[in-house]
Design a protein around this ligand. Sequence first.
Ligand code: HEM
Length: 512
Amino acid sequence: MALVEVLILLTLVVFLFYKWSVSKYYTFRDRGIPHDQPTPLIGNLDTKIFLGKSSFIKFIIERYQAYKISKIYGIYSMRDCNIHIRDLELIKKVGIKDFDSFPNHNSVGGESSETFFSKSLIALKDQKWREMRNCLSPAFTGSKMRLMFTLINECVIEAVNYITSEIQASGNTGVDIEMKDFFTRFTNDAIASTAFGIRINSFNDRNNEFYRTGKAVTEFTGFVLFKAILFGLIPKVLRIKLFDDKILKYFNHLVIDAMKYRKEHRIVRPDMIHLLMEAKQHYETSDLKGEHAEFTDEDLLAQCTLFFVAGFETVSACLCFTAHELLENPEIQDRLYLEILDTQNSLDGSPLNYDSLIKMRYMDMVISESLRKWPPVIITDRICSADYSLKDDEGSFIAKIKKGDNIFVPIIGIHRDPDYYPNPNQFDPERFSDENKNKINPMSYLPFGVGPRMCIGNRLALMEVKAIIYHIILNFKIVRTEKTCENLMESISGFTLIPKERFWMKFVPRNS
Ligand code: HEM
């Protein structure tokens, strides 16, 4: 082929590629949805996030704030068209009132070895999701959490013992600890115990297999990245495989062997495997079961693995931010300590229990505010299942939503909106006092999502977070060190929620 022909062909290919890359950029304009002018190929994505020079969290907040006068806005994520809803009534419509038109998340899994993940609750769709959710819900009630509390408390005690031993080794004055590592080890042990039925102490046995495997999953994906992929913020063409086969085999071996062993030896342990085995049995004998549906061991494994992915980084992120805010706000830490002492006294020497923990009002205010200011899942999504006309409460037409459209709820944007939370960057648990909390519109507080599809593990998450904060603050004062990050928001980059200085803090024993 002559050089000229090659050049013509190449130009044609580049031209066609360009045309393809911009071919959807008329969507928002035609539907009257406010949006920024997209850049060919990358759309409205901020490439600095991929280079680690800016953060996904800031991007979501900035986009939300940029469209202050709009009820919805559009973001082109390469060729994907994502509609973000910022109006609370419209969020209620999509998430609750018209749930049947928006019942599912964007697809995840579905390919090769990940097909098993497509069986997990978060990825299931329509009737299959409904059946599985009904089947799993009884495993997350308050009474089940009460039983599981003992398992969590064992992990809490081991984590706190680790700090105590580090303090003793340093001469009883106090010790600097990087809390991302600390809380990751704690959530790791808690999930190993509650979801997979195995007891691990990642503080003593620092490189155990469960911890290494778990880290491989989360380091690879990072929960925010995982969510970003799941919720379509990473364009489809850049999506990567979430789990490698070795990791799947490891989880498979853990769960299937544990089930077999328990069946053979009639062992009952108050954990997720047991609750899922019960749910499976109940499902198979009840009318929850659809005509052709079944609940296989693989389905059960998919739920356990999802609980691992969904509960690992979220809980540890919440703990890191809560501890950091307590360090930044010593008066709030002192008040929490007083409430903890009161609870401790009322226990009269008995160990902490689930009921005493959830009765603590100030603890609840502190954790609620932490989840408001730093929601570990900063955005959630729905897929439109049939063409839908989006109207506000007065019946005014907002936009045409088509089957297959991606709808997003920018949780962090709403949580940092001064119209709902005056002075939103201030950490103020009083927003959630008995007197004030009724003034909060429920649609403006969405750390666990919205409607029938909201987080199924919220009670478990709150129990874990409150239990370890209780024991830490009871035993230690958390104070700043030279290594403590000065400005979290400015130090976070890319798709993570971890500042570049990480979460260094000093622990001083209360009895010193
Ligand atoms: C502080 C910790 C946590 C936060 C902030 C959190 C937040 C969320 C959010 C925002 C969603 C999406 C809800 C929606 O789209 O409306 C979700 C879904 C989910 N979460 Fe959590 N989560 C946490 C911990 C956990 C834990 C410990 C588990 C383990 C059992 C868990 C299991 C799930 C599952 C299974 C779903 C999918 C539910 C469904 O599609 O029906 N989460 N979570």
